[in-house]
Write a protein of this length. Structure first.
Length: 281
């Protein structure tokens, strides 16, 4: 019986080693590649971005194939390219750096509107010039990243732009079942958010759990109204701003914003980024 048991254990060990060897034979390893070489294919762009030129090309970029090499030969897998935009001196470590995925192509045309939007999402100021840098990062399945050389553009001046149009009259007052009377678009004593700038409002609220609210701009009118953008994945603590001002694509009612709980909170509505946040006071 002992001999039979030893034979079975030996058989299992041998089979395990054999299977491990078979698995090792099938592993694929990265053997090398060449960082993409990024080139500017267009003339030097105007440093002052103008809304009237938003559809014009800011820069045309092209880059070389990184030629990923695997143990099976030249990679036939899809290579992903990411366009990164950052301020000069940040070395692409800025947490607000802009990134855009470019599928498979070896070039992209960036319009004036594009670059202005990128810088707007980075929350850069419109009233001062900015030195910026662009590069391409290639990868396979998010791994084996190769960084291109860097292209620099100096003294770029943005034009004012908003991800979500702010209230034209500069006013926001709150409605919902947290107000009295509830869901009244013409309250006798409206509570207004504080305007910090054209695109930034801050509101301090005492909230109750299980309630909802929105913001209006004109008494006795339900539009324009601001709330939580539908199907955007936001919640009581923040997310994408939704708007209905009867002008496409902002021509459907947003969802109400749910309250996070009972207590005092600070609501920040940022129309430049199109986001809102709710934090305890």
């Amino acid at each position: 019986m002992k001999n039979i048991l030893k034979f079975c254990v030996l058989f299992l060990l041998t089979a395990s080693v054999f299977q491990a060897c078979k698995k090792d034979d099938k592993q694929i390893f990265f053997e090398g590649g060449t960082a993409p070489e990024l080139k500017q294919m267009s003339a030097k762009p105007d440093s002052v971005l103008l809304r009237i030129n938003r559809e014009k090309e800011f820069v045309n970029l092209a880059w070389t194939n990184p030629n990923y090499r695997l143990t099976t030969g030249t990679s036939s897998q899809d290579v992903t390219y990411i366009l990164q935009v950052d301020t000069t001196g940040s070395n692409f470590t800025n947490p607000k750096m802009f990134e855009k995925e470019i599928s498979k192509d070896l070039g992209v045309s960036v319009t004036v509107s594009d670059i202005n939007t990128y810088l707007t999402k980075m929350e850069l100021s419109v009233d001062v010039p900015h030195d910026i840098e662009l590069r391409i990062v290639s990868s396979i399945n998010g791994a084996v990243k190769l960084n291109s050389n860097v292209l620099k553009f100096e003294q770029i001046v943005m034009y004012e732009d908003f991800a979500v149009p702010p209230p034209a009259n500069g006013q926001l007052f709150i409605v919902g079942d947290i107000t009295s009377p509830v869901w009244d678009n013409n309250p006798s004593a409206p509570h207004y958010a504080t305007k910090i700038s054209k695109g930034l409002f801050v509101d301090t609220l005492s909230l109750e759990a299980g309630k909802q609210y929105k913001y209006l701009t004109i008494a006795s009118q339900w539009q324009p109204q601001y709330g939580l953008k539908k199907n955007s994945g936001g919640n009581a603590f923040g997310g994408d701003l939704g708007l209905n001002n009867n002008i496409a694509p902002f021509n459907s009612d947003p969802d109400p914003i749910p309250t996070p709980g009972t207590g005092d909170y600070i609501v920040t509505l940022n129309f430049t980024t199109g986001k809102f946040t709710v934090v305890p006071k």
